[in-house]
Design a protein around this ligand. Sequence first.
Ligand SMILES: NC(=O)c1ccc[n+]([C@@H]2O[C@H](COP(=O)([O-])OP(=O)(O)OC[C@H]3O[C@@H](n4cnc5c(N)ncnc54)[C@H](O)[C@@H]3O)[C@@H](O)[C@H]2O)c1
Length: 357
Amino acid sequence: MPPKQDRLLRIGVLGCGPIAQAAHFESCTKARNATLYAICDVADDLRDRMAATHAPARSYADYAAMLADPDLEAVIIATSDAFHVPAARMALAAGKHVLCEKPLATSVEEAESLRGVAGRLVLQVGHMKRYDAGLQAAKAFAETEMDAMVALKAWYCDSTHRYPMTDAVQPLMVTSSQARKPAENPKADLDRYYMLAHGSHLVDTARFFGGEIEAVSARLLNRAGIRTWFVDVTFANGVLGHLDLTVAVRMDWHEGFQIYGENGSILAKTYNPWYYKTSEVDIFHESDGTTRRVLGADGHFYRRQVEGFADTVLTGQRTGGADLEDGIASVRAMVAIAQSARNRGETVRLADVTGPL
Ligand SMILES: NC(=O)c1ccc[n+]([C@@H]2O[C@H](COP(=O)([O-])OP(=O)(O)OC[C@H]3O[C@@H](n4cnc5c(N)ncnc54)[C@H](O)[C@@H]3O)[C@@H](O)[C@H]2O)c1
């Protein structure tokens, strides 16, 4: 591991659930420029167990009390989607920087309510794939050598075999009956849940490369227990786009994208994130007829995301993380896709959508 820097961003993690246990506690502990200063959860048994394992300096049952700690500098919001915006609002009001898990919000209005709240504080959204070295290499090529982008296809297909895969590599999850859950079960409506949980990653990847999405036309087929959304995307810059969100394919995890450009093409295969394996991204350079692929030995996107966030807070440097406007645009895109799918593929402009997913 790279050595710890002298100046470490003191981060508090809100929520000791699965994503904190699998990603954020370790990421803060390993990050070269951050420290796991505090953890917070209403569930006493869970919080005490996590405090014993990860040894933060402080452990809080009450979020307001954590935010009142003058030594705390930033918060990672690792709670259910429904709590993201209220928790972000409280942290910003207390003067703390925020890295909020994705999706930023579950409605357009909720997401947009954060505009103007952050002031000089950093607010990022946890689209951690932006810190995959393969995607970063593709982005660098797309912005320099490739010139005009013509077409982008991206796919995110969860696998029926994902749990044996993740159980094999993640820590054994600790649960608690005291954990705070939203009033409405997020999995009560699976069309909505899959879009928020998985579609958010797909949309962000599309936007990361293709830029702003202007309109979508989506069809959803739910057959044999498989949901497939096929989405025609109109990017503001005229690039032709197509997205495929499928939950769940009867095969291995299947995620990636391809891009055709004026002076080259990109073909990417992304792994289930819990393998911490950098995407295999083949970049074809038209100039010399060669294909190159970055190894990306460090595939810990979650730790790299924390380091990027901390760099932005500590040095003001922009590291490519998703910001508030990215988070809002992503919510708009998901709402538009859901609306279009309900109306048999009618074209929906993102600027026109309102309401929840
Ligand atoms: N980026 C990724 O790859 C990825 C992967 C999985 C989950 N996620 C996201 O992570 C988020 C959290 O997922 P999870 O499954 O860990 O959630 P969870 O609901 O299982 O756990 C959240 C924990 O936060 C605690 N909590 C909630 N509100 C609190 C409050 N106000 N004060 C104190 N404690 C509070 C709960 O008690 C609970 O223990 C979701 O938004 C999800 O979309 C992201």
